[in-house]
Ligand binder design. Structure first.
Ligand SMILES: Cc1ncc(COP(=O)(O)O)c(C=O)c1O
Length: 375
C-alpha cells in the first residue's frame, strides 16, 4: 500500500518492533462503533470499570504489588508528563533526574514543564550510575527498565531508597520492557519497582495491542488525583463524591474506550499466549546475537537482555550508515540505528508475533550480503 510503513510485517525489525493482534483489532473497531466518551464515570461506566479491571490484571501479570491505581493514557510521553506533574505537585520541587540513556520524552516533558533536567551518567552497560546521585532538591527521578537504544535496565532497587530518603518521586519508564515482565525469568529487571511512585508500560509496545495504549500506575493515587482533579459545575453529577472518574488522574478530559482492546488481548491470548510470544521474540534475538558474535568482522555493541540486538560491522560510521541504507532500500527488511559511545550502531528489534527463525535468518543473510557489496 503506497505511503504505508509496514509495522505489521514480520520482517519489520526497526525501533521497537511492535505488533497488533487480531483480537485487539476487532475490539478497536467495536470501540469506534460504541464511541464511549469517558469524561466521567457516568458518561461511560463500562469503559471506566473495564479500564480499572484490565490495569489490575496486567499489574498481576507483571508482578506489581496489589492496590496500585492504574489508568490508560495515549502514549508513554503523556504518562511520563503526568508523572512529572504529580511529582512537582507533591514535592514542590523543580528538578528531574534521569540517565543519559533515558527516552527523549523525559527531556520533552521537562521542557514543557520548565523543569530542570539533570542527566546521570551510565556505566559500561548503559545503566544509570547511582554513585554520584544528589537528590536533595529533586522532584523526580525517572529510571528506565529497557532503554530505547540498548534496552539496558537502570538499577531501580538502588535508586528507590535514595529517592525515599530524599523525598523525591520515583517514576519508572518500562514503556517497552514492562510487557516482558509477564515472563517470570525476566522479572529480575523489575527488582525494586515495587518501591516506585509511578510506572508506565506501553501495551502498544510489547503487549500486542495497537497504538495507542499506555498503562500508567501510581502507588500514591490520592496525591496523583490531587494534582489533576478539576471538576467544573457542568460536569458535576450525583455520583461525583464516590464514583471514579479517570479524567481526574491525567491531563485529558475526554477519554476513549482503550481498555476494550487490551481486554480482548488478555482474554484471547492469556498469560500463556503472552509468555509464548515474548519468549519467542527473545529467543530469536538471542539467535541473531549469537550469529553476530560468531561472525568475524562484526561486533556486538551492548548486552541484550530482551529482544533488541545492537551491533555493527568493523569499519567507519559512514560505512555502517551506508549499510543500513542499502539494507532498508532493499525493501526486504527494515532496521534502525542508534549511537553508542559516539559510534554509529545498527539495531535489530524482534517483536512481531509472526516473526520466525526464517525471517531473522533472512535478515542476517541480507545484512551480510549488503556488507560485502562495494557501494
Ligand atoms: C523507553 C521509552 N520510553 C518512552 C517512549 C515513548 O513512547 P510513546 O511513543 O508511547 O510516547 C519510548 C518510545 O520508544 C521508549 O522507548
Amino acid at each position: 500500500m503506497p505511503g504505508m510503513t509496514n509495522w505489521q510485517h514480520p520482517r519489520f525489525f526497526a525501533y521497537f518492533s511492535v505488533t497488533s493482534s487480531e483480537p485487539a483489532m476487532l475490539a478497536e473497531l467495536l470501540a469506534a462503533a460504541l464511541n464511549q466518551v469517558a469524561i466521567l464515570w457516568r458518561t461511560a461506566p463500562a469503559a471506566t470499570e473495564l479500564e480499572g479491571l484490565v490495569l489490575d490484571w496486567v499489574a498481576q501479570l507483571v508482578g506489581l504489588p496489589s492496590g496500585w491505581h492504574g489508568h490508560i493514557e495515549d502514549t508513554a510521553s503523556t504518562s511520563t508528563l503526568a508523572a512529572l506533574i504529580a511529582a512537582r505537585h507533591v514535592t514542590g520541587r523543580d528538578a528531574v533526574v534521569c540517565s543519559e540513556h533515558a527516552h527523549s520524552s523525559v527531556d520533552k516533558a521537562a521542557r514543557m514543564l520548565r523543569m530542570e533536567l539533570r542527566k546521570a551518567p551510565v556505566d559500561g552497560e548503559f545503566r544509570m550510575r547511582t554513585d554520584g546521585l544528589e537528590l536533595g532538591d529533586v522532584a523526580a527521578v525517572v529510571a528506565t527498565v529497557g532503554t530505547t537504544s540498548t534496552t539496558s535496565v537502570d538499577p531501580v532497587a538502588e535508586v528507590a531508597p535514595a529517592c525515599r530518603d530524599a523525598g523525591a518521586w520515583l517514576h519508572v519508564d518500562a514503556a517497552y520492557a514492562g510487557g516482558a515482565m509477564v515472563c517470570p525469568e525476566l522479572r529480575w529487571a523489575f527488582e525494586g519497582v515495587e518501591m516506585a511512585d509511578s510506572l508506565v508500560i506501553n501495551a502498544h509496545k510489547w503487549l500486542f495491542t495497537p497504538v495507542d495504549c499506555s498503562l500508567l500506575w501510581t502507588s500514591r493515587p490520592d496525591r496523583f488525583r490531587e494534582a489533576f482533579s478539576l471538576v467544573p459545575e457542568y460536569l458535576r453529577t450525583p455520583d461525583s463524591e464516590d464514583a471514579l472518574s479517570l479524567s481526574e488522574y491525567g491531563p485529558a478530559l475526554g477519554r476513549r474506550f482503550r481498555s476494550l482492546k487490551l481486554w480482548a488481548v488478555l482474554r484471547c491470548l492469556g498469560r500463556a499466549g503472552l509468555q509464548e510470544r515474548i519468549r519467542r521474540a527473545t529467543r530469536l534475538a538471542e539467535l541473531f546475537e549469537g550469529w553476530v558474535r560468531d561472525e568475524p568482522g562484526w561486533e556486538l555493541c551492548a548486552p541484550r537482555p530482551f529482544s533488541v540486538v545492537c551491533f555493527r560491522r568493523d569499519g567507519s560510521d559512514g560505512e555502517n550508515e551506508a549499510l543500513l541504507r542499502r539494507v532498508n532500500d532493499s525493501g526486504e527488511i527494515y532496521i534502525s540505528h542508534t549511537r553508542l559511545n559516539g559510534r554509529y550502531v545498527l539495531r535489530l528489534a524482534v517483536g512481531h508475533e509472526r516473526t520466525t527463525e526464517d525471517d531473522v535468518r533472512a535478515a542476517w543473510d541480507l545484512i551480510r550480503r549488503e556488507a560485502l557489496r562495494v557501494p
